[in-house]
Design a protein around this ligand. Structure first.
Ligand code: HEC
Length: 114
């Protein structure tokens, strides 16, 4: 009985954590430390396919020129859900909508890389 209560308490903590995490994901713009994480992710993870200068590799180029005229919402959806049938993986487990949107904005504005 004692052990069981303990397990229930742990479950509650895990659940609360999940709820807190998903509502945190509603934030409009990622804070400065998170922006630094996202830039790191872009260079290390996205860069492994799209090239460290994002000029293309296994993945298509993500330069301002390459993205010009493409619908922002569609690009955000590509980042979150990936492109089935291609190497582009879904990132929704690691990035929330605001973070994916922020990344796409940096890419489209040409402010993604230092
Ligand atoms: C394992 C390889 C791989 C990784 C890692 C990867 N991508 Fe991709 N990505 C691709 C490929 C391949 C395509 C082209 C899919 C197609 O043919 O439509 C693509 C397409 C895209 C597109 C659409 C481009 C366009 O012109 O429509 C965006 C935006 C994008 N990726 C962003 C990202 C971001 C941001 C990350 C990191 C969070 C990332 N990708 C990580 C392989 C990758």
């Amino acid at each position: 009985m004692h052990v069981k209560r303990h397990t229930q308490a742990l479950l509650m903590v895990a659940l609360l954590g999940a709820v807190t995490f998903s509502s945190y994901g509603r934030a409009e713009v990622p804070d400065a430390p998170r922006q630094a994480d996202l830039r790191h992710l872009l260079k290390q993870d996205c860069g492994s396919c799209h090239g460290t200068r994002l000029t293309g590799g296994l993945g298509t180029p993500l330069t301002t020129t390459a993205l010009a005229g493409k619908p922002r919402e569609g690009l955000i959806a590509t980042v979150l859900h990936g492109r089935p049938g291609t190497a582009m993986p879904p990132w929704q487990g690691l990035l929330n909508e605001a973070e994916a949107a922020w990344l796409i904005d940096q890419l489209m504005q040409g402010t993604a890389l230092p």
